[in-house]
Design a protein around this ligand. Structure first.
Ligand code: CA
Ligand code: CA
Length: 221
């Protein structure tokens, strides 16, 4: 009895195993084979246990990684792979496209810095963390940035201090969208060259030395 039990244990250990990562035939694409391990499950209904078997190998891995279960002698039966987002949604890791503190907005990452800072300090403050003062190029970006700036408002990277009356983005982005509120920009007092997104979401040119929060932007990874 002892011998039979030992034999079953050894057999079961090679009947079914789960691998996470790209399959070996994708090695040529340079992505590699991440992990293989043996788990002791009998082969007959092995593929039906794919989710269960992938839980452990998927823990701590990116949720987009694929987990493949192989059953039968030396893994001759290949089950349909599942993503780790299915295999272990609670413990797989979702890689963020943005640095800490930044919110993903389409292809951009945005962050409101409380400041308050003058426009010049806002520009240098963003540069200091590898970012630029934010550009807003669509209604979707406007809505997303406004959701971040809310009732405090903040500087955005739009000015006419280089050429009075001609607003341009500080990072050179072409002006393709604008959301100035009615009767703005008005260059009030002949001294308004820097744009903020107001607590009501509309844009307004105001004096550049006004202390305000500001929105920094980086490209999403
Ligand atoms: Ca102006
Ligand atoms: Ca104004």
């Amino acid at each position: 009895m002892l011998n039979i039990g030992l034999l079953l244990l050894i057999c079961s250990a090679i009947q079914c195993y789960a691998t996470v990562g790209q399959s070996p035939n994708e090695k040529e694409e340079g992505r590699g084979f991440l992990l293989g391990l043996a788990v002791g499950v009998h082969g007959s209904n092995c593929c039906s246990k794919t989710t269960e078997l992938c839980a452990s190998p998927c823990a701590g891995l990116d949720c987009t990684e694929m987990c493949e279960v192989k059953c039968g002698f030396l893994g001759s039966i290949v089950c349909t792979p599942i993503a780790c987002s299915v295999g272990n949604p609670d413990e797989c890791v979702t890689a963020s496209a943005c640095a800490d503190g930044y919110t993903e907005v389409g292809t951009k990452c945005m962050k409101v810095v409380a400041g308050p800072a003058t426009y010049l300090d806002a520009i240098t403050g963003c540069i200091a963390e590898g970012a630029t003062l934010a550009t807003i190029e669509s209604q979707a970006e406007q809505d997303a940035v406004y959701a971040l700036t809310g009732s405090t408002g903040a500087w955005i990277g739009l000015t006419d201090f280089l050429d009075e009356g001609t607003f341009s983005w500080v990072d050179g982005t072409a002006l393709s969208y604008e959301n100035f509120r009615n009767n703005q920009p008005n260059n009030g007092g002949n001294n308004q060259h820097c744009t903020w997104i107001r607590p009501d979401g509309g844009w307004d040119d105001v004096i550049c030395k006004r202390p305000l929060p500001y929105v920094c932007q980086m490209d999403a990874i």
